[in-house]
Design a protein around this ligand. Structure first.
Ligand SMILES: *Cc1c(COP(=O)(O)O)cnc(C)c1O
Length: 405
């Protein structure tokens, strides 16, 4: 196994392809896949030295595997992080950061617009351990400030949010958190480091669901937490002890996915912007949520902290009789013939979702209303198919709502 030393100051496009190259002794060009549960030693003494930590080296793939390590190092180089710890899923990464760093009585301030399962983690599990969460509106800095307590350890935000594409001011939130000694966690799943680097804006910890754009083709589950070495040491220890480990095979798939990440994110963003502008002009489309649109309330902020606007948008529909309800949304979705009806996103294949009955279906009615998850809202994760073909599919949805095209 060998690693090359690379020239300094490489661009993110190059790092996505070249950082942490990993070759077998036979000098494979593609990254080596170490599909093995454990590693052998030359002697009993070497085994003892590895276990005691006096000799570096691999022991057991629950906590050390060269392919997983290569994925961690490549992602860390893209985010500009000292340390990355990979996990079996994005949720495992989020849970590990909380479990590693929080104790009963601690407090989190979090944006209200969230990946649904993160919300369940707060309500059902963190609460069991006496960890309290205050939910605030993502863009209202006064609410974030007012929610702070002496016990606040973390601010948690997902930006842009899912599915309404609201944007948080990362630098402002980092300053608010740091003023009371709390750390800012950013779930960077929607932008990826190709479009947004939260650590450079002052965030302390980054979360990824590698399942989404890092893979990019909807094949594997995985996740990661990134940040300073001192913050990641406990997270790694928690992983080693509790075992939500990323499989080496999935890490290898993600290494391949990262190689096209910067190109894909540009292409996703271009397709999404073209589609959002087009949707805005269609009868039957009430409102389009996408920060790339010049009249979106988050446009300037997103343009400042992101290099493009990403691939996810959402919109509300009404039928030709003016009804904007669940039935209208489902009729639109069921009339599509190209895009996939699925809750996943970050795939080269476009996916269409009805958040109110799927990803956000577990939210109470009042929470749905507060977060703007209306019954006629449709989320589209715009893929890399030809843009005219995606538009034609959206037209089928509009025809089903009674609009002739
Ligand atoms: C999917 C997702 C997660 C959870 O990741 P899994 O890999 O499915 O566990 C967390 N945050 C966001 C924003 C996501 O989209």
């Amino acid at each position: 196994m060998s690693k090359r030393r690379l020239p300094d100051n490489l661009s993110i496009d190059t790092l996505a392809i070249r950082a942490a190259e990993l070759r077998t002794d036979e000098m494979s060009h593609s990254e080596a896949l170490f599909l093995t549960s454990s590693f052998v030693y030359e002697s009993a003494a070497q085994a003892a030295a590895r276990f005691s930590g006096t000799e570096p080296g691999n022991i057991y793939s629950r906590f050390s595997n060269p392919t997983v390590r290569a994925f961690e190092e490549r992602l860390a180089s893209l985010e500009g992080a000292q340390q990355c710890v990979a996990f079996a899923s994005g949720m495992a990464a989020i849970n590990a950061v909380f479990m590693a760093h929080l104790k009963p009585g601690d407090h989190i301030v979090s944006s209200r617009s969230l990946f649904g399962t993160t919300q369940v983690l707060y309500d059902k599990y963190l609460s069991k351990f006496g960890i309290e969460v205050t939910l605030v509106d993502i863009a209202d800095l006064a609410q974030w400030r007012a929610a702070l307590r002496p016990q606040t350890k973390f601010l948690f935000v997902e930006t842009p949010s899912n599915p309404l594409a609201e944007v948080a001011d990362i630098k402002a939130l980092a300053d608010i958190g740091h003023s009371v000694g709390a750390k800012l966690i950013v779930d960077n799943c929607f932008c990826t480091p190709a479009l947004q680097r939260p650590l450079e804006l002052g965030a302390d910890i980054i979360i990824h669901s590698a399942t989404k754009y890092l893979d990019g083709q909807g094949r594997c589950l995985g996740g990661a937490a990134l940040g300073r070495s001192e913050d990641m040491a406990e997270v790694y220890s928690y992983l080693r002890t509790t075992g939500a480990t990323l499989s080496a095979f999935n890490a290898w798939v993600f290494l391949k996915g990262l190689e096209t990440l910067t190109l894909r994110m540009k292409a996703h963003s271009a397709n999404a912007l073209a589609l959002a502008s087009w949707l805005q002009q269609q009868p039957g489309v009430q409102q389009v949520h996408y920060a790339g649109l010049a009249d979106n309330r988050y446009h300037d902020l997103a343009a400042r902290q992101q290099s493009a606007f990403g691939g996810v948008l959402s919109f509300t529909v009404v039928d030709s009789a003016g009804q904007g309800d669940r039935q209208a949304a489902w009729r639109f979705i069921d009339a599509t013939e190209l895009v996939s009806i699925t809750a996943n996103l970050g795939d080269v294949k476009s996916t269409i979702t009805h958040p109110a009955s799927t990803t956000h279906g577990r939210l109470a009615e009042q929470e749905k209303q507060r977060t703007g998850i209306s019954e006629n809202l449709i989320r589209l994760a715009v893929g890399l198919e030809g843009i005219e073909d995606i538009k034609a599919d959206m037209r089928r949805g509009l025809v089903a709502l009674g609009f002739s095209q």
